[in-house]
Design a protein around this ligand. Structure first.
Ligand SMILES: Cc1ncc(COP(=O)(O)O)c(C=O)c1O
Length: 465
């Protein structure tokens, strides 16, 4: 296998025709005689000669990583096959030691909290304000500055930008604050891998904005198979060696070459993207115009909507507010599924989220816009849906992992919660998006109880209860 061969998929196809017999993993031996399923067994190999090693890349996989670095403007890029999750776990672990302090935006994904729990970190949270729809706004450099002056020993600041809903923060400003305090800035950009290729993503670009580590899921917003992601490291604050060590801890030792090949194809698509993203933005613009007539539903930052106070916004996220439409986001998603065969990404009491990508054709946007316009005609503008927009701020009891595990199982009722002494052993979160309402060691008081109940009543899937 030639080391300069950059198309892993092509190399796998070529290899599958060589007649080489696999006396190695995986156990299907590249055959499918035992099933009718049309899965890519023929190219599903392991780290055999010529196919490099994800954990010590020096050939075709290193080539992929260098191509990712060139595309994103990063000094070092790592291809990941256990999602952004393993990148986040490795990122946090690589910049802290047990018991250190860090600052985290409270709307981070559960992977961030798991990373903090594993190293028993002392976490000071930044609670972003929510807009009236309940969408968390941007994290500001000022709020990071305030958190760092309260917690000057913080080793890292961890923020999510863009968020699940598409809200972008001023990463350049935040990076400058972090740099002045010597704290590493980790940006969970799991939903932002497409943004450097879109005009609305230039502002807030975390790699070019100076973040030390940026983690992006390729599978969420680009054409790549589920679980694929990339992590970028810039500057001298983060030790590549420690990051690689922790990737070795959190990422599988048997990476799927099917997933890796899909990363290679995705990178090739980006390299030869032509006008694909301009056309995508044009379709988004046409969608915006088409939904201009909505009366009760709103689509955030589309169709004349604005004034949310976000630093910037990913227009590819269609956040459909039902806050003043007399139905919940969950009901809207149910109607779109049942009456129009449109399946959304997530729904919440006050909004529903349709994710788009460069792979959505014009028809998809027209279908969604027309469905929204039709549903909107059946609704009437209403008073705001009674759902607290702000995340609760539970009190925390500092406990070790062992103490948390030893907490007894007790049934929780509102009257027990109201006493303010019920410590949660688990992480409780709506899924999606996986942002914790209550973390292990936090007290579920009346406010937290009511918030969780309101989520459940509206049909949102709540995990951990
Ligand atoms: C903001 C955010 N970060 C991280 C993750 C984890 O990403 P992955 O599914 O690629 O592991 C998610 C998943 O939904 C997410 O929404």
């Amino acid at each position: 296998m030639k080391e300069d061969n950059t198309r892993l998929y092509a190399a796998l196809e070529e290899y599958s025709r060589t007649g080489a017999y696999p006396f190695h993993m995986p156990g299907h031996k590249r055959t499918s005689w035992w099933t009718d399923a049309r899965l890519p067994y023929g190219i599903d190999i392991t780290e055999i000669t010529g196919f490099d090693d994800l954990h010590h890349p020096c050939g075709i996989i290193r080539g992929c990583m260098e191509r990712a670095a060139a595309l994103y403007g990063s000094e070092s890029s790592y291809i990941l096959v256990n999602g952004s999750t393993c990148g986040i776990l490795a990122a946090v672990s690589s910049v802290v030691h047990r018991g250190d302090s860090v600052i985290a935006a409270r709307n981070c994904h559960k992977a961030v909290y798991n990373a903090c729990a594993l190293s028993e970190l002392n976490v000071r949270y930044i609670y972003p304000d929510a807009d009236p729809v309940g969408v968390c706004k941007s994290i500001t450099p000022e709020s990071v500055c305030a958190a760092l002056s309260e917690c000057p020993s913080a080793k890292a600041v961890i923020v999510t930008s863009p968020t699940y809903e598409g809200v972008i923060s001023d990463i350049k400003g935040i990076a400058a604050v972090c740099r002045s305090c010597g704290a590493a800035l980790i940006v969970d950009a799991a939903h932002g891998a497409h943004l450097p290729f879109c005009t609305f993503g230039e502002i807030g670009d975390p790699v070019r904005g100076g973040a030390d580590i940026v983690i992006e899921s390729l599978h969420k917003t680009l054409p790549a198979l589920t679980q694929t992601a990339v992590a970028h490291i810039n500057g001298g604050l983060v030790s590549r060696e420690r990051f690689e060590k922790y990737l070795g801890v959190f990422e599988t030792s048997s990476p799927s070459y099917v997933l890796l090949a899909s990363v290679g194809e995705c990178l090739a698509f980006l390299e030869n993207r032509g006008s694909a993203f301009e056309e995508y933005e044009k379709r988004l613009g046409e969608f915006s115009e088409r939904i201009g007539g909505l009366r009760s539903l709103r689509v955030l930052c589309h169709g004349g909507d604005g004034g949310h106070g976000f630093f910037s916004f990913d227009k590819g996220k269609l956040v459909i507010s039902t806050a003043r439409a007399g139905i919940t986001g969950v009901e809207l998603a149910r109607r779109l599924r049942g009456e129009y065969s449109l399946e959304l990404e997530m729904s919440y009491p006050t909004y529903a989220l349709a994710m788009t990508s460069v792979c959505d054709g014009e028809d998809a946007f027209v279908r969604l816009a027309d469905a929204l316009l039709e549903i909107d005609k059946t609704l009437a503008p209403s008073e705001p849906i009674p759902f607290p927009p702000q995340l609760p701020r539970p009190k925390c009891v500092r406990m070790t992992n062992a103490e948390l595990d030893a907490l007894p199982d007790t049934e929780l009722t509102r009257s027990i919660a109201a006493k303010g002494r019920y410590i949660s052993r688990r992480c409780i979160y709506a899924y999606p998006p996986g942002i914790p309402v209550v973390l292990p060691g936090e007290i579920i008081g009346a406010e937290e109880f009511d918030y969780i109940e309101a989520l459940r009543r509206s049909g949102v899937r709540v995990e951990g209860v």
